[in-house]
Design a protein around this ligand. Sequence first.
Ligand code: AOF
Ligand code: ZN
Length: 367
Amino acid sequence: MFSAFDHAMMARAIRLAEQGRCITTPNPFVGCVIVKQGRIIGEGFTQKGGRPHAEAMALQSCVVSPESATVYSTLEPCCLHPKSRGPACSDLLTKARIARVVSAVHDPFDGVDGCGHSQLRDAGIVVDIGLMEDVVGEQLRGFLARVTRRRPWVTLKVATSLDGKTALANGRSKWITSAEARRDVHRLRAGACAVMTGIGTLMADDPQLTVRDVPCDRQPLRILLDSRLDVADNARILEGGNVLLVTAAQNESRESQLKARGVDVVQIPVEQVKGKVDLQKMMEMFAVRGLNTVMVETGAKLNGSLLAAGVVDEIVAYVAPSILGDPARGVFALPEFTELAERTELNITDVRQIGADLRITAAVRGK
Ligand code: AOF
Ligand code: ZN
């Protein structure tokens, strides 16, 4: 069904889509290429805030009439749905008298969910679905995770010595990894919808959690998990707004103080057994708020709790060529296991050297 030329055009659409990676959230970043008589006549990608869509941009950019052209789109073109914020791409493509639409993945979004493809077919357009779907499934994994399983894609970042330690026993940790690795972390932050930390790390390191070392058109939402509302007024994370504070505590006066400073405060019920914020429910709340991807940068306690709660999809570990010794602090605070079967198993998906350090990306098995 798909030729080498089809593959080349979809690969181009996938590359174009990357230009929207950091700016379209919660909308997926889509790429689109329009081809007529073997020549690219228009292309586009989803714009800041999610509109205009990739197909609309591509149609607009056509240098000749797109009538009878083929459209390559990384996502199923949308159809009109109750929450539409603009024209439906299926209508735009039909009106443009496109002959064939090739898409990589079906859009599971409630309003679309197959109706984009079926409306195109009903209009007499040839629709071929599934070209390079593995690549786009990976590219849009955050959006697809939020829509299909109602939880964001969660990446946990850690920075350790070769012996897996994050800080000396006295807490000193600046710096274990190189400046290049730390800049790479900013690049990861830039691509995430939100960056999250816990109150323990906040008290120890007072992080800003902003993107600084790389170009970035928008700052990710900063999330602080602070069960008892212990955050101090002068914490750097509170500067500049764009902060979501997740708590289990009820303290109306503190909450209104924080809200007056532009901090969004949300209460999550406490999980029955351990009496802590229910992390599953917290992730569901993030999805409801439109967060596709959450990057976590925190300490061993929250790392361990998130892993144990089964909400971590991927770990990105920066490993420095140094040894800190056993008294130093570890990465995941977990209860003692007595059987190896209790361990979390990972699949390494990427390994590369960043400056003097190694960066290992590993998917949590079963995710
Ligand atoms: C497309 N092309 O480039 C993108 C699409 O809020 P709206 O009206 O923009 O619609 C949002 C939904 O549209 C979004 O959740 C996803 O299903 C789809 N995104 N569709 O045809 C695009 N970004
Ligand atoms: Zn659309």
